[in-house]
Structure formats: C-alpha cells, structure tokens
Write a protein that binds this ligand. Structure first.
Ligand SMILES: [Zn+2]
Length: 335
C-alpha cells in the first residue's frame, strides 16, 4: 500500500448493479433513487427493511466513493455491504445469489483500486451451512479481509445454537468479524424520532456482546475478534454492570468461565460516537490498542471527516497513529 493517512473500517457500499439484476428476477425490492450532484436521495425497501434519506453519492457510485476517500485525507476504506441489504429475512436462494455477486464484485473492486479499498465479505447467515461455504470462498479464494454480519439474525441472538458452526469456521479461518446492527430489538417502541437508529443500533450491539460473552462461546473459540460499530454501543459505558452482574448473578456464570472484562481481548471498537468526551472515555475504558477509525460513510449518521475527529483529541502522536492506522493493519492483516 502506498502513502495514506488513515484506515476506515466502518463504511458501506450498495451494489446497485446487483440489485437491479436481482429485482428483475425477484419481486422483493423497491428502489427509488435520485442522484443530485454529489448526493443521492434514496427510498429503498428490501423485503421488510426500509431506508430513506440523503446519502453521499458513493453509496451507489464507486468512483465517487474513491474520490471522497482522497479528498481531504487519503483514507483506505475496508468496505462492507450496507446493512439495509443484509437480506437475512429473504429466501436463502436470493440471499445466496446476492452475497455471491457482492463478494465477486468486492474482489474485482479490491483489485482495481488496490491502494484505496479492501472489502469485508457478506454471507447469508440465515443458512449457516451456506454462510460457511460462502465465507470460505470469499476469504480463501477471493482474498477478502474480514466478514460483516448483523448483530442478530432476524431476532436470533448470536449465541443461538444454529450459528455456532459459523463461529467455529470463522475461528478456524482467524477472520475478523464486523458486527453491524440490523433488525434491531424493541423496534415497535422505537418507531418514532429515528430511535431505531439512535437507540436501536447501540442497543442491538450491546445485546450481541452480552450474548457472545455470557454464552461461553469465546472460551472455546479463542481466535474470534469482533469489531463493534458505533463505539461498541452501550457496552463500554455499562461494562461495570456486566462485571457486577457476573459476580452476583448465577445466570451469567452458567457458561462463561471468566468475568466480562476478560473478554475485552476479543473486541475492537470504532470511533463513531459524535462526542469527544465519549471517545476519550472509550479509549480509557478499553485501551487505545482496541480502537479503530470508522466513518459510517456514506450515511448522514456518520462522520464527514473521520480523521479530524482523531486529530482533535489530546493524545500522543503514536496513540493517534494506532487508532488511525496501526490497529486496523494488525487486525485485518493488511501488510
Ligand atoms: Zn454503518
């Protein structure tokens, strides 16, 4: 990789070409997209998942994504599929086709823009056997750098017994897993004021972490490494509560061998918190070696200038460099 200033591990692309192709075959999508200059107004429904808003043009147009990655700072992006297109509630045939096509495209784009982008694979987790097959193809054959999955699979928490074989394979391949909120909990009570995102997203990440820690999964699968979106949701702030619960409640000790703090070694946290003091707290709470830069590009809930967020912190230069570059290189084995 040539000279660059940062690595962004939380950013998304929507493979419109693949969706247009799938929409001719399957009657599950409604895409209303209007490009206006560098932005796009989108109204998308995929099965039961809906999203509308204004996003940066790079959501749909890969050349724009590349241009935006070089505008102010040279940022290498490790891209994952937009979570509105996880497809977990759709028929496995459709999801399988989507992910195969997405991973093939990811491999092509990684080759074409070698110095600027890498990709995380997507997998149809509603069918763990198919998901494992696609994971192996994407990591071993296509050379993708990680895998992005939801914080649950349409309501199934990540400790669900059917998902265990997927985690066993991810552990064997030693591939980092990006956990992105989707199908968030308490949706019926979060309908208004965009609370599904503002509260639902960090809530669901917190549920995912609790399910992974207390299930004992991490005692058996010691290679597993997770990147948590949006600064780890509510988990870092409530770590003391996790810890206290472990000491006083039998339910939490049933499977996990250690108390929650021990399992921090399995988790990395992005920087998308929109609050300097919260980010300083996160760094102190989990350690700077566990923080990696994210932007949530191209969504309006992300950072326009994720590098400036780190640069504005009062941290020693080597710590900034860890967060901007080094931690991501180590985790995703980029060199
Ligand atoms: Zn995101």
């Amino acid at each position: 990789m040539s000279d660059y200033e940062a690595i962004d591990v939380h950013c998304h692309f929507f493979p419109i070409r693949i969706f247009k192709k799938l929409s001719k075959k399957y009657n599950k999508f409604n895409l209303d997209i209007k490009s206006e200059g560098d932005l796009a107004n989108i109204r998308i429904s995929i099965g039961n998942v809906r999203y509308s808003g204004t996003v940066k043009g790079g959501f749909l147009d890969f050349d724009k994504l590349v241009k935006d990655s070089l505008t102010k700072h040279k940022i290498i992006r490790i891209i994952s599929i937009a979570p509105i297109s996880f497809f977990y509630e759709l028929d496995i045939e459709i999801a399988d086709e989507l992910y195969r096509e997405f991973n093939n495209l990811a491999s092509e784009l990684s080759e074409k823009y070698k110095d600027i982008v890498s990709f995380m694979a997507g997998i149809p987790l509603q069918d763990p056997s198919k998901a494992i097959e696609e994971l192996k193809r994407a990591i071993i054959d296509l050379g993708l750098k990680g895998v992005a999955i939801g914080t649950n699979v349409v309501g199934k928490n990540l400790d669900h017994p059917t998902l265990r074989k997927f985690f066993i394979e991810a552990n064997r391949l030693n591939v980092p897993i990006f956990l992105h909120p989707a199908y968030v909990a308490a949706k019926s009570r979060l309908k208004r004021y965009y609370l599904t995102n503002i509260i639902g997203n960090p809530l669901d990440t917190t549920i995912a972490v609790g399910s992974l820690i207390f299930s004992g999964l991490l005692d058996q699968l010691s290679n597993l490494k997770f990147v948590l979106a949006h600064g780890g949701g509510f988990f870092p702030y409530q770590l003391g509560r996790f810890e206290h619960g472990y000491h006083v409640r039998e339910e939490t000790k049933f499977k996990a061998k250690q108390s929650p703090k021990y399992y921090l070694r399995h988790f990395y946290f992005d920087t998308i918190l929109h609050d300097k003091e919260a980010l300083n707290f996160l760094i102190r709470q989990v350690g700077p070696e566990k923080i990696i830069m994210g932007s949530d590009y191209p969504f309006d809930m992300g950072y326009d200038n994720p590098v400036d967020v780190i640069e504005s912190l009062e941290l020693a230069g080597n710590i900034k460099n860890m967060i901007l570059i080094e931690n991501a290189i180590k985790l995703f084995k980029l060199e």
